[in-house]
Design a protein around this ligand. Structure first.
Ligand SMILES: Nc1ncnc2c1ncn2[C@@H]1O[C@H](COP(=O)(O)OP(=O)(O)O)[C@@H](O)[C@H]1O
Ligand code: SF4
Ligand SMILES: [Mg+2]
Length: 361
C-alpha cells in the first residue's frame, strides 16, 4: 500500500492520481461477496446479500436502486463504519475488511465520505474551521500553522468565503454545509470519495452548483467516486459506469451509455421507464436539472419505479427465493424461484444477474 506520506500535502488543485506504474487494470476498490447484517426486533437479516463491485482509479461508479435496497449500507460498509460485515473489501490490493485501529488509519485517509444530510453530519458545536481541520489533526498532519493554511486552501477549493470558517453549521445554509462536508472529506487527499445522496437534501437550485463543484474537484484531483443517488439523470451525468441494486443484490452493471442505452435486466428497464422523458434508453440527460430525473410530482426517479412496478419491495427480512426480483418481474419463470441468478457478462464490461436477460441481438 502506498503510504500517505508519499502523497504529502499538495495544493488542493494538485492531482495525486494513482501510484506511478500502478496497473491500470487493478481496481482501486474491489468489493467481493459483500454481506452486511442488521437486526430488526432482534432478528438478523442481510441488507446486502453478496455484492461485487469494482471502482478503478479516477473512475466514478454510480450506484442506483429503490429506497431501501441497501445503497447506503454498501457505502457505510466500504467506509468501514458497519460492524457485521463479511466478504472482502480490497483497497489498492490490501484487504481492509477486518482491519482495526492503527491498521485502518491509512485507509481512512485515502477514502472520504460525504453523507446525505449535510447539517446532521456536522458537529453543531464546532466551527467550520475545526470541522475541516479534524481529519488533518487526527492524521497528525503538520503544525497548527500548516493546518490553518490547509484549511484555508480547502475552503477556497469548495467555494467557502474565509469568513465562514468561524461559523457553526446552524449559521449556514444546507448547500454551504455540504461544501464543508466535502472540504472535510477531501482534507487528507483521498483517492476515493463515497458520495451518498449528496444533493438530495438540497434545494434544486443549489444541487447543480454542488454537483459542478464535485465534478470539478474530481477532474483536478483525479478522484474515484462511488456515487449513490436515486436521481438517474444525475447518475447518468456523473458516472463512467453504473451498478443497479435490488434488495441487497446486484442486478446489472455496465458502462454508463451501455446501461442507459441497452439495459438488459428487467428491473433496470423498469427503473429507466420510470423517468418521464428523462433518463430512459436513448434519451439525453438534462444534467443537474430539476426535471430530468424527477417523476411527475417531482419525486426522484428510482423511487417512482417503486410505484410503476407491481407490488412492493419485499422485506429483506424475508426475501423471495431464487431471484429476489421475481415477485415483481413480468418475465419470471419457474427457474427464477429455484436458482439465484449469478452476474454474467453479456457484452464487454456489461454484467447482468438474470436467467433471461433482455439482450438485443
Ligand atoms: N441501522 C440499521 N438497522 C436495521 N436496519 C437497517 C439499518 N440501516 C438500514 N437498515 C435497513 O437495511 C435496508 C437497506 O437500507 P439502506 O442501505 O439505508 O437503503 P438505501 O440507502 O438503498 O435506501 C433497509 O431495509 C433498511 O430499513
Ligand atoms: S431472473 Fe427471472 S425473475 Fe429475475 S429478473 Fe430475470 S427473468 Fe425476472
Ligand atoms: Mg440511502
Amino acid at each position: 500500500m502506498k503510504t500517505d506520506d508519499k502523497r504529502g500535502t499538495p495544493l488542493p488543485g494538485a492531482a495525486p492520481g494513482a501510484a506511478p506504474g500502478a496497473d491500470p487494470d487493478t481496481p482501486l476498490l474491489s468489493v467481493r461477496g459483500l454481506r452486511v447484517r442488521y437486526r430488526n426486533a432482534g432478528r438478523p437479516f442481510e441488507a446486502v446479500a453478496g455484492l461485487d463491485l469494482t471502482v478503478h482509479a479516477g473512475e466514478t461508479l454510480g450506484l442506483v436502486g429503490e429506497s431501501g435496497c441497501g445503497k447506503s449500507t454498501v457505502a457505510r460498509a466500504v467506509a468501514r463504519i458497519e460492524d457485521d460485515v463479511s466478504g472482502a473489501i480490497v483497497f489498492d490490493g490490501q484487504d481492509v475488511t477486518r482491519a482495526r485501529g492503527r491498521a485502518l488509519k491509512p485507509y481512512r485517509r485515502r477514502v472520504g465520505m460525504v453523507f446525505q444530510d449535510p447539517i446532521a453530519s456536522l458537529n453543531p458545536r464546532r466551527t467550520v474551521r475545526d470541522i475541516i481541520a479534524t481529519p488533518l489533526t487526527l492524521a497528525g498532519k503538520g503544525d497548527p500553522a500548516e493546518v490553518r493554511a490547509r484549511v484555508g486552501e480547502l475552503a477556497e477549493l469548495v467555494g467557502l468565503h474565509p469568513s465562514m470558517l468561524e461559523r457553526r453549521p446552524h449559521e449556514m445554509s444546507g448547500g454551504q454545509c455540504q461544501r464543508v462536508s466535502i472540504a472535510r472529506a477531501l482534507a487528507c487527499l483521498p483517492e476515493l470519495l463515497l458520495c451518498d445522496e449528496v444533493v438530495s437534501a438540497l434545494d434544486v437550485s443549489i444541487q447543480a452548483q454542488v454537483l459542478n463543484l464535485l465534478m470539478d474537484i474530481r477532474e483536478r484531483q483525479r478522484l474515484a467516486m462511488l456515487f449513490i443517488s436515486h436521481d438517474l439523470a444525475v447518475v447518468r451525468q456523473l458516472s463512467d459506469r453504473v451498478a443497479v441494486m435490488y434488495l441487497g443484490m446486484l442486478c446489472e452493471d455496465a458502462p454508463v451509455d451501455e446501461l442507459f442505452g441497452r439495459p438488459a435486466h428487467p428491473y433496470t428497464r423498469a427503473l429507466l421507464a420510470s423517468v418521464p422523458g428523462g433518463a430512459g434508453p436513448g434519451a439525453e440527460p438534462e444534467p443537474g436539472s430539476a426535471g430530468a430525473g424527477s417523476g411527475p410530482a417531482g419525486v426522484a426517479s428510482a423511487d417512482v419505479a417503486h410505484r410503476l412496478l407491481s407490488g412492493d419491495l419485499p422485506s429483506p427480512l424475508d426475501p423471495p427465493s431464487g431471484c429476489r426480483f421475481r415477485t415483481r418481474c413480468p418475465l419470471a419463470q419457474a427457474r427464477c424461484a429455484a436458482e439465484v441468478p449469478q452476474p454474467v457478462e453479456v457484452r464487454p464490461g456489461h454484467r447482468v444477474a438474470c436467467h433471461f436477460p433482455l439482450v438485443a441481438a
